[in-house]
Design a protein around this ligand. Structure first.
Ligand code: ADP
Ligand code: MG
Length: 611
């Protein structure tokens, strides 16, 4: 969207660098450094602009590019109660855009009025502005579109004998006569910006304009699953939503069967003032960009950095860093609690209780992700055996059974843990990396490193509240740092101390590690400190709140402090690890978002063996 805004801005203004003034008129009214062009403009006589220029300027706010025409026309069709909306485009909208609907139509007597500025059937009083339930309300779209293109509109109101055909060119009515047609409205827009060469020049390639149109059509299809949308580009149907009323069906049409069927449903809280519904990706499905977080407020697509952040926040520790969820989130609240009249293209809104909406979205998405997120299921692919590459097995570094030494173990565990893991029985270890376990519903393969990272992370986060127990090292360990890291470690010494890492400067770029958090399994103080230092060097760990910083450090500590792949574990250690994992609130992913386990159900095993 940033790109879209940038495009818009570029096409609206073409700024040239300012030059010092060199001409000599009107000095008295201007600062000496003002540019000459500006000075001349100000010196010229003030006059009221002719109506066609006013219309073009106003149109510039609403009609930025072909996609904004499609958006406005589709909004009108939705407001008209259409069940089916058909969008036909030629040449990325540069040549032609047509939106046809089976909605309520426009009565013959009002057709010309509909194309005048500030003419709307959706508002009658100023009070209405405080509770807008329609997508349109400014009465500007049709007038703006007509001002900068050639528009033909054929419409027939439900119950009227005949329809009306009107054609406008550059805002002037050239035809208006009765016409026979079924109820509904078809608006055809040709030659966009034919009379605004400056704008026409800034149109992008057909492919780019087409992408923007596709984005708008799919957004509205997702927001209105009960309407059928059909999109045709240059004679070829490229998208169709089924109009079944099920958002998941639309998601299948927009993304794919695979993505559509794996998205988790966000179910609304009973009786909540702010209703949050939609779909969100399970933790194993993520994207490189945050652009796939789609937000609707009362059926209107909005850009809202804060709500986008609420969705991202809901995935805290579930996703690898730099990855974002895919989500379609629809917020419904009383119209009087949201101001939609803050942006000419109506793409931004303001909430009466922004914090409340933020919390509602974050909570709802978090619930969907934690409660419903299933353990990724293994797809067994027939074919040659697949041998994963794993680091070479290392012998245990301490006598077995001591691995989790300082951690008190629960004696009994409940049948189902808070995170929803069933009780698991250890069967064995494979490749010194994965634990094989049996559950009531089949086989589980657990990544020992990822699982232990999760356990450590939750333990340290909980202990952080009361003080993390430390384990002094028998001998302090000397660690040499690259100079650019040394300064960071020194600057964060106090934070590290609070998190159970006793580190002190030892001259130059050298440090002494005296103690580590007691929960850590490994005795690699050097690696733990280097990992943290590297994290500090990565910018995101030193900015943000103190809490975010500490969480990021803890994640790094866990990465090095957890048992590693390639470490042979005794049965007792494996059992201990699984019990601890069962006690976790989010046992299915590591703090960096990787899955901790893969599940193969008994039914799947039977199928694979053709039993
Ligand atoms: P707004 O949507 O803000 O009211 P528009 O300029 O988009 O302003 O439309 C002006 C009026 O034209 C609308 O209020 C509505 O009454 C009528 N109208 C526009 N498009 C349609 C349509 N597809 N079906 C029925 N009425 C329409
Ligand atoms: Mg409108």
């Amino acid at each position: 969207m940033n790109a879209e805004n940038a495009d818009k801005e570029k096409s609206a203004f073409h700024l040239r660098p300012l030059r010092p003034a060199t001409c000599g008129t009107g000095e008295a009214r201007l600062a000496p450094t003002a540019p000459c062009a500006l000075r001349l403009a100000i010196c010229a006589m003030i006059r009221v602009l002719p109506p066609e220029i006013v219309a073009q300027i106003a149109a510039g706010e609403v009609v930025g590019r072909p996609a904004s025409v499609v958006k406005e026309l589709v909004e009108n069709s939705i407001d008209a109660g259409a069940r089916e909306i058909r969008i036909e485009i030629a040449d990325g909208g540069k040549r032609m855009m047509r939106v046809a609907d089976d909605g309520c139509g426009i009565p013959a007597a009002e057709v010309e009025l509909a194309f005048q500025r500030h003419a709307t059937s959706k508002l009658t009083s100023a009070e209405d502005l405080a509770r807008i339930a329609t997508l349109g309300f400014r009465g500007e779209a049709l007038a703006s579109i007509a001002a900068v293109s050639r528009v033909t509109c054929a419409t027939r109101a439900a119950g009227a004998e005949t329809g009306t055909l009107i054609r406008l060119e550059g805002g002037e009515v050239v035809i208006c006569r009765p016409v026979g047609r079924p109820p509904g409205t078809t608006v055809t827009v040709e030659d966009i910006f034919f009379n605004v060469p400056a704008r026409r020049k800034f149109l992008r390639s057909s492919a780019t304009e087409r992408r923007h149109i596709d984005a708008w059509v799919t957004r509205y299809a997702m927001a209105y699953p009960d309407r059928r949308f059909v999109l045709v580009h240059d004679g070829r149907e490229v998208f169709r939503s089924p109009g079944t009323g099920q958002m998941r069906d639309v998601l299948v049409a927009v993304y794919s069967v695979e993505v559509g069927s794996t998205l988790l449903e966000i179910s609304p809280e009973e009786d909540a003032a702010v209703r949050v519904t939609g779909f969100a990706s399970p933790p194993h499905l993520h994207r490189a960009e945050r652009g796939e977080i789609t937000l609707f407020v009362n059926g209107r697509w909005v850009q809202d950095a804060r709500l986008t952040y609420a969705v991202i926040q809901a995935y805290h520790t579930f996703l690898p860093t730099g990855r974002y969820p895919l989500a379609v989130v629809s917020v419904t609240l009383p119209p009087e609690d949201v101001d939609v009249n803050v942006h000419p293209a109506k793409a931004e809104v303001r909430f009466r209780d922004g914090d409340g909406v933020f919390r509602a979205v974050q909570r709802a998405v978090r619930r969907a992700v934690t409660e419903e997120s299933g353990i990724p299921t293994m797809r067994v692919v027939p074919g040659p055996a697949f041998i994963p590459r794993v680091p070479e097995a290392r012998p245990p570094e301490r006598p077995t059974g001591e691995l989790f030494r300082p951690v008190p173990m629960p004696v009994v565990s409940p049948p189902v843990s808070p995170g929803g893991l069933p009780p698991l029985r250890v069967v064995g270890q494979v490749a010194a990396t994965y634990i094989i376990a049996e559950g009531p519903d089949g086989l589980y393969l657990i990544d020992q490193h990822a699982a232990h990272e999760r356990v450590l992370y939750e333990r340290l986060m909980a202990q952080r509240e009361t003080g993390i127990p430390v384990q002094p090292l028998l001998e302090p360990v000397v660690v040499d740092m690259p100079p650019e890291w040394a300064g960071l470690v020194e600057a964060h010494q106090e934070t590290l101390h609070r998190l159970g890492m006793e580190v002190e400067p030892f001259g130059g770029n050298t440090f002494l590690v005296r103690a580590l958090p007691a929960a850590l399994a490994a005795t690699h103080p050097r690696e733990v400190l280097m990992e943290v230092a590297q994290g500090l060097a990565e910018e995101q760990m030193v900015k943000g709140t103190e809490e975010e910083k500490e969480k990021a450090i803890i994640r790094r500590v866990c990465r090095q402090g957890a048992i590693q792949a390639g470490q042979i574990l005794s049965r007792e250690e494996m059992e201990e690890l699984l019990r601890m994992l069962e006690g976790c609130a989010s046992p299915r992913t590591c703090p960096h978002g990787r899955p901790t386990m893969i599940h193969i159900s008994t039914a799947q095993l039977a199928r694979e063996f053709q039993r």
